[in-house]
Design a protein around this ligand. Sequence first.
Ligand code: PBG
Length: 317
Amino acid sequence: MVRETQLAPDDFIYPLFVTHGRNVRQPINSMPGVFQLSIDQLAQEAESVLSLDIPAVLLFGIPAAKDPVGLENFAAEGIVQQAVRALKSVAPELLVITDVCLCEYTDHGHCGLLNNPDEHHAHLEEGYVLNDETLPILAQAAVSHAQAGADIVAPSGMMDGMVAAIRTALDAHDFSHIPIMSYAVKYASGFYGPFREAAGGAPKFGDRKTHQMDPANAREAVREAALDVAEGADFLMVKPALAYLDVIHRLRERFPELPLAAYNVSGEYSMVKAAAANGWLDEQKIVLETLTSIKRAGADLIITYHAKDAAQWLQQR
Ligand code: PBG
């Protein structure tokens, strides 16, 4: 009765990694319980998610081939586009959110197009991410996901102007009703390590510090979020969650009008799983405590690999 924070399965968004092939259920070593799934596995997955009252999934695609631009990202027969159609045909009531970024699709593993050091920037030794040149590709990918039936698009690349570019493109293609969940505040974090095994998106050289945020900065987070709000973001997101509860709290206070999501990322999941496997922590206790804390800090929604387990535990209570 006097509990201030309620945790429920409908707070959760469950990430799914989809891959080409048939009957694929490829375990991710560093994320016990998480798999790369082929399209034929998705109906079963949708059913289990919905039966646990989890309303939404977030899709990441593993393409058949990678190239400098990431062509499969915006191909009508791309892996994510196929997955969206498959999920929508078996479970139209399941909300399908798609990750919109380049890093899973590019051979260099970066979140944007790279400059060609031979051409205009001969003084630079290695390629760096070209912000403005990347925007049309993100817009094209978002439109392609919407055409496949995605309910919400979630651009995760932290490119400046990405929300505005995607909004304009969606509106021009009669998708003005499709909301944008912006990874407004995404830190250059060590906690994404296991995800890079799951989605195969590690940068082949360099890092993401030119576009992701410095973990030392919180005021900058508010500025980043304000820019995305001005560009038309419908949801804000903070990522990772646990080491950034103060940032979640700041955004909650500053932008009370927008739904706020927090991404409880791969490394946060792996730490709990590893400790639990060793008998060092009580997994159920730790997971429910963690997720409750993320909500207490101010998140409305939590993207978490623990979603199915947590939903089950909540229902057993
Ligand atoms: C980028 C993206 C990443 C994650 C989600 N979207 C990786 C990155 O920025 O390096 C990480 C999520 C996780 O660690 O669970 N498309």
